[in-house]
Design a protein around this ligand. Structure first.
Ligand code: ADP
Ligand code: ZN
Length: 761
C-alpha cells in the first residue's frame, strides 16, 4: 500500500485498513475517501484530525471511518498529514455529532467544529514549555571564586540553583536574573548544569489552595438518592436517566460528590455540567477540595478561561489525565473516555442551550451521550425544567426527590409584597417617583443591620434608569440599532443599549419633538445601590453585576468579603442568584419579581418560579432562619403564589395542564425559524416566502404560525421576523425543514436561521 508514484498517489488496497473516510471540517458536509500512507497507518484512527488534499489545497478533516477498500478503489488521493498525536474525537462523540446534525438540522461539519475549543482547533498541542535546569557538578570553591570575579552572573545562577536544592526552571531564575537565559547557555557549555524541556500547564487554579473535605454522613433522603445512583452505576445498560428534584439546600452536591467518588473507584471518569454562571470559584472549590489528592486530575472548561488555559485543560482530558471534568455547556463534548457518570446540575437553566449554530441543548445531549456511552445520567435541580419533569412523570426518567434541607430547617418564609398598594399609599423608599424598597422590606433590612445579619437584594437589571421618555410626545429613547429603550448608567453618564452595547450621551431634548422635559423611569441595580446607600448610610454595601465586576477575581473577592461578613448588604443581578451559600444571610429581597413574568414567552411563568425559588434558597442557609420578601405588581400570578410555598409540583401540575391544552412543549417540539437583515421588507418577505414553501407537504400534526416580527424586532441594526412551528414528532418536521431550506436562496444580506427546541422566544 505504499510507494505510489509521487505525482499521482494511488493506493493499492491490501488487508490493512488502507482507506480513511473523512468528513471535511471546512466547507459542506462532505464525506470523502483518502488513502492512508503506510507510514501513517499506525497513527490514524477514527476521530483523528488530518489534512487532506482537495483541489489545490490542503484542508482539515476528521477521520470518521477506516475501510479496507473503497468504491473509488484504485484512484484515491492520500492523507497529507496528521494533526496532533492522538484522535481528537472519541467514537462516542462522532456518533453524538451525527445525532446533533440530524436533530438540530445542521451540517455535521459545523457540529464537529463546535465540538473543539477554538484554541484546540487552531493551535493544537501548542503547550508552553520551560527549561528545567539541574546542577550536575558542584564547582569547587576556588573555581567558584574565579567565576565570581570573571563571570559574576554565572556564579549567581550556580548559587541560586544551590539555594533551590540544585533544581530550578529557567523562568524561576529569570524572575530575579533577567539575563539568566544567556548565562544558562554558558553554564551548559561548561557542563555545570543540565537542561531538559518540560511542559508547563496553564492552570487556572495554580495558586489556589484547597483544604481537603471528607464525605459527610448522608441524610436519609441523600442516602436514598445516592443508593439510586449507585444502583444505576452497577447496571448502566438498564439505567434510565435520573432526575433528582431536591429543594435548595437539600445537599444535591454532596450526592454528586459521593457518587463521583464511586465512579473513580471503578476506574471510570465523570462529567459534571454546571451553568456558566454557577461555575464560581465556590463550586469548583467544592470538587477540588473533596478530591484534593487528585485535584490535578480535575479539568475545568468554561468561557472565562484564557485560550491557553482552555487549550491545556482540554488536552488534559484528551490525553487521559483528567478523571473529572467540570464545565459549562460545551463541556458535554469533552473527549473523556471510560465515562462512568454524567451529571447536569441546575438542569433547568436556559444557559444549557447554545444560542449559535449548532443550537444544541447540552442537557439533552447529556442524556443522549449517556445512552451512547452506556453510562448513567443524573439531572439535578430544585426547579426541574418541565421537559425533564414530564419525562419523569411519564416514566422515561427515574424521579428521586429530596424535600428537606440537610440542616433540617424549614424553607425560608416568603412574603409577597403588593407594590401596587405601596405606590398608592405613597410609602416605601421613593426616589423620583419609583418605589424601590417597600416599607416592609426596608424595616426588615433595618432589623438585619441591628442584628448583624446579612441581606441580599436581587434585581435582574443593570444600570440606573431603565427608560427615558419625552413628557410631551411620549417618544421613548431607543437604541438606533435595536428596538429597546436605552438604560442610563450613571457612573459614566451614558445611555447604554443592553443588546448591542451602543453608548451615547443622554440627550437633553426629545430627539423626536425637540421639546425639553425628558423623564427617566425604572430602576436597575445601580440605582438600587444609590437608594440603599441613602437609606442606610452606615451599612457596608457592595453591588455585583457585570458593570462592577470587570476586574479579574473581583467577583471572587467580593463574595469572599461578604462571606467573611465584611459587608452587610449585597445587591446584584443573576450573578448572585445561583448556588451561593452564605450562612449569615437571613434576608433576601427580590426587588421586582415581574421582570421575568413580563417576557413574551410561554415559559415566562416557569422562569419566574425558577428564579424566585433559586433566589429564596439563598436565605437562611446557616443557623438562623431566613426570610424572603418578593416585591411584585402581580401578586396573584401562579408563579408567585406557588413559589411562595416552594411548591414546584403544584406549579408544574397547573402549568403542564396549560401546556397540554395549547400544545406547547413538553407536549410538542418547537422550531423557531427566523429571518433578519438590514432591510425590513426583504427580511419579512423572505420569511413569507419560506412560510409558503413550508406549507406544502407540511408533515401531519404540525402547527405553524404566521411570520411575525420577533419580540425583539430589531437588534444590531437588523430587523427580525420569526415563524413558530410545533409538532409532536420532530424528525419528519426536521427533514421537511431541511428539504425546504435547500431550495431557499435568500437575498445575500438576509440571514435565515432555525432553532429546534428554542429556550427563549
Ligand atoms: P443544594 O445543592 O441541594 O442546594 P448543597 O449541596 O449546596 O445543596 O448543600 C447545602 C448545605 O448543606 C451545604 O452547606 C452542605 O455542605 C451541607 N450538607 C450537604 N449534605 C450534608 C450532610 N449530609 N450533612 C450535613 N451537611 C450537609
Ligand atoms: Zn443597540
Amino acid at each position: 500500500a505504499s510507494d505510489a508514484p509521487a505525482q499521482e498517489p494511488v493506493v493499492e488496497l491490501g488487508d490493512m485498513p488502507g482507506v480513511a473516510r473523512v468528513q471535511l471540517e471546512g466547507s459542506a458536509a462532505l464525506e470523502l475517501d483518502y488513502g492512508i500512507p503506510e507510514k501513517m497507518a499506525a497513527r490514524i484512527g477514527v476521530g483523528t484530525r488530518v489534512m487532506v488534499p482537495l483541489q489545490n489545497q490542503k484542508v482539515p478533516a476528521v477521520v470518521i471511518e477506516l475501510l479496507q477498500s473503497s468504491e473509488h478503489r484504485g484512484k484515491l488521493k492520500e492523507v497529507s498529514s496528521i494533526v496532533g498525536s492522538r484522535p481528537m474525537f472519541t467514537p462516542g462523540l462522532l456518533k453524538l455529532a451525527d445525532w446533533v446534525a440530524e436533530y438540530y438540522i445542521v451540517p455535521v461539519h459545523r457540529v464537529l467544529r463546535a465540538m473543539l475549543p477554538q484554541a484546540v482547533r487552531d493551535k493544537p498541542e501548542t503547550f508552553l514549555t520551560d527549561s528545567h535546569l539541574k546542577l550536575v557538578k558542584e564547582p569547587p570553591a576556588d573555581v567558584l571564586e574565579k567565576m565570581h570575579a570573571r563571570a559574576p552572573m554565572q556564579a549567581r545562577v550556580i548559587e541560586e540553583l544551590r539555594r533551590r536544592k540544585g533544581e530550578a526552571t529557567l523562568s524561576e531564575l529569570r524572575r530575579d536574573l533577567p539575563s539568566a537565559t544567556t548565562v544558562v547557555k554558558a553554564l551548559l557549555k561548561h557542563g555545570w548544569i543540565s537542561r531538559s524541556e518540560i511542559r508547563v500547564e496553564r492552570d487556572p487554579f495554580q495558586t489556589e489552595e484547597f483544604l481537603p473535605t471528607l464525605p459527610l454522613t448522608l441524610t436519609e433522603e441523600q442516602q436514598a438518592a445516592y443508593d439510586h445512583v449507585i444502583g444505576a452505576l452497577q447496571k448502566p445498560e438498564e439505567a434510565k436517566p435520573i432526575l433528582l428534584h431536591g429543594v435548595t439546600g437539600s445537599g444535591k452536591t454532596e450526592v454528586y460528590l459521593q457518587a463521583i467518588a464511586e465512579v473513580l473507584k471503578k476506574g471510570q471518569t465523570a462529567l459534571v455540567l454546571v451553568p456558566e454562571i454557577s461555575l464560581t470559584p465556590q463550586t469548583i472549590e467544592r470538587f477540588k477540595a473533596r478530591f484534593s489528592e487528585k485535584k490535578d486530575s480535575i479539568a475545568v472548561l468554561h468561557s472565562h478561561l484564557s485560550d491557553g488555559e482552555r487549550h491545556d485543560e482540554w488536552f488534559k482530558v484528551q490525553e487521559g489525565r483528567a478523571d473529572i471534568v467540570i464545565g459549562a455547556r460545551s463541556a458535554i463534548f469533552a473527549p473523556l473516555e471510560r465515562l462512568g457518570l454524567i451529571i447536569v446540575d441546575e438542569e433547568h437553566e436556559p444557559s444549557y442551550k447554545q444560542e449559535d449554530t449548532p443550537r444544541y441543548q447540552a442537557r439533552d445531549l447529556a442524556v443522549l451521550r449517556g445512552r451512547i456511552e452506556r453510562c448513567p445520567v443524573l439531572l439535578g435541580s430544585a426547579t426541574p425544567s418541565l421537559e425533564s419533569f414530564q419525562n419523569a412523570l411519564m416514566g422515561k426518567y427515574d424521579l428521586v426527590r429530596m424535600t428537606k434541607r440537610t440542616d433540617g430547617k424549614s424553607m425560608p418564609l416568603i412574603r409577597i409584597i403588593d407594590m401596587r398598594l405601596q405606590r398608592r399609599k405613597g410609602t416605601g423608599t421613593t426616589i423620583a417617583n419609583a418605589t424601590i424598597l417597600s416599607e416592609k422590606l426596608r424595616t426588615a433590612i433595618t432589623t438585619r443591620l441591628e442584628k448583624k445579619e446579612q441581606t441580599i437584594l436581587f434585581l435582574n437589571r443593570r444600570g440606573f434608569h431603565t427608560t427615558l421618555d419625552c413628557a410631551s410626545c411620549g417618544e421613548v429613547v431607543q437604541c438606533q440599532d435595536c428596538a429597546i429603550p436605552m438604560t442610563l448608567h450613571k457612573a459614566d453618564n451614558r445611555l447604554v443599549c443592553h443588546i448591542c452595547g451602543a453608548r451615547r450621551v443622554p440627550p437633553t431634548k426629545c430627539p423626536s419633538c425637540k421639546e425639553p422635559g425628558l423623564k427617566y423611569g425604572g430602576f436597575g441595580t445601580e440605582r438600587v445601590e444609590a437608594a440603599v446607600r441613602e437609606v442606610f448610610p452606615k451599612a457596608r454595601i457592595a453591588r455585583v453585576d457585570t458593570d462592577t465586576m470587570q476586574r479579574k477575581n473581583q467577583l471572587r473577592d467580593t463574595l469572599r468579603d461578604f462571606r467573611a461578613q465584611k459587608l452587610d448588604i449585597l445587591i446584584g443581578t443573576q450573578m448572585i442568584a445561583k448556588g451561593l451559600d452564605f450562612p449569615n444571610v437571613t434576608l433576601v429581597g427580590v426587588l421586582n419579581a415581574d421582570t421575568a413574568l413580563n417576557i413574551p414567552d410561554f415559559r415566562a411563568a416557569e422562569r419566574t418560579l425558577q428564579l424566585l425559588i433559586q433566589v429564596a434558597g439563598r436565605a437562611g442557609r446557616g443557623e438562623l432562619k431566613g426570610e424572603v420578601y418578593v416585591q411584585t405588581h402581580a401578586p396573584h400570578s401562579p408563579a408567585i403564589q406557588f413559589s411562595r410555598h416552594n411548591d414546584f409540583e403544584g406549579f408544574s401540575d397547573q402549568e403542564l395542564e396549560h401546556r397540554r391544552a395549547f400544545k406547547y412543549p413538553p407536549y410538542s417540539h418547537m422550531v423557531l425559524v427566523s429571518s433578519r437583515g438590514k432591510h425590513e421588507t426583504q427580511a419579512e418577505f423572505t420569511l413569507q416566502t419560506l412560510h409558503k414553501r413550508l406549507l406544502q407537504g407540511l408533515p401531519d400534526g404540525t402547527i405553524m404560525g404566521e411570520p411575525t416580527p420577533s419580540s425583539l424586532s430589531k437588534a444590531h441594526g437588523q430587523f427580525r421576523f420569526q415563524l413558530l412551528m410545533r409538532s409532536d414528532r420532530i424528525r419528519p418536521l426536521a427533514r421537511h425543514i431541511q428539504t425546504v431550506m435547500e431550495t431557499l436562496s435568500p437575498p445575500p444580506d438576509i440571514l435565515v436561521t432555525w432553532d429546534v427546541d428554542p429556550v427563549s422566544l
